[in-house]
Every structure is written in structure tokens, then in C-alpha cells.
Design a protein around this ligand. Structure first.
Ligand SMILES: [Zn+2]
Length: 83
């Protein structure tokens, strides 16, 4: 097996794994707030406190995966095309 074939095989495996991940759990944890849905700040006594709601995930703590977003979009285009 050549090196290129091996690289392609690895790439396909990663893509397949990612597709499976997108199908199994379409939502990932928000990287901005780590899934809390809000920023954490500390009050004057140093205790953790709920801060502003996260704007990136609209305070849900979840973000749709790019792969799933593409899948949803492709599916919508396909449906509109067949109707
Ligand atoms: Zn967030």
C-alpha cells in the first residue's frame, strides 16, 4: 500500500467517524461558555456567579455541529428540489 492510499484511507475513516458523530449527536457543547449557557464570573467574595447569557448559543449551552448543519441544509435543498 502506498503512503497516499494510506492517507486517503485515514481521511475517509475520519470523515466517516465525523458523519456518525453528527448523526448520533447533532449538537456539540458550546465552546464559548463550555455548555453552561452563560458566562461565569465571581462576586466580591470570590464565589462563582452566573454572568451574562451566552450570545453564541443563545443561552442553550449547545451548538449545532457544522457537519449536521450541512446535512440539514443538503436535506432541505433535496426536499425542495423533489417537491
Ligand atoms: Zn454558549
Amino acid at each position: 500500500m502506498t503512503l497516499i492510499a494510506l492517507a486517503v484511507a485515514c481521511l475517509m475513516l475520519v470523515t466517516l467517524g465525523y458523519s456518525a458523530l453528527c448523526a448520533a449527536s447533532p449538537f456539540g457543547t458550546c465552546r464559548t461558555c463550555n455548555g453552561f449557557g452563560f458566562a461565569t464570573t465571581t462576586d466580591r467574595k470570590g464565589r462563582p456567579k452566573r454572568g451574562k447569557s451566552c450570545r453564541r448559543c443563545k443561552a442553550t449551552g449547545k451548538r449545532i455541529r457544522a457537519g449536521r448543519w450541512l446535512f440539514n441544509r443538503a436535506q432541505r435543498i433535496y426536499r425542495e428540489g423533489t417537491n
